[in-house]
Design a protein around this ligand. Sequence first.
Ligand code: DQA
Length: 144
Amino acid sequence: RLVYVLNGPNLNLLGKRQPHIYGHETLADVERDCRGLADELGLSLRFHQSNREYEIIDWIHEARETAAAIVINPAAFTHTSVAILDALNAFDGLIFEVHISNVHRREAFRHHSYVSGVAAGVIAGFGTLGYQLALRRVAQLLEG
Ligand code: DQA
């Protein structure tokens, strides 16, 4: 079973950017851990990051043809992007939303997510472990 793990803008700077909020792990570390877990769970993985909204939309469209699930950290697009919401609405598989930080204890503009309404589940504030929890849940639901 194929799972897309999609990451939005500025997450390429993970580990360097505001480490007091996002921690010291890099996105390469997250990808490595996700790949290790996916192997264990029998999932195939496409792992992507982009600072461009259209690229994330294109990957969601690509996932429509091939993937059973999308795990997405839309980063700042979470709070702004109707276009990503519309793309996710056109995807029939499982969707999980991940945020490294606890967006609910941060600025008010981070409290609303366009994506949460189409997600089967939302994880926020578990650091990069959130990605692994989402993958475990995907595997559990695909098995059941
Ligand atoms: C984030 C939270 C967003 O509000 C922020 O814009 C990000 C990262 C997180 O993972 O905690 O870039 O999605």
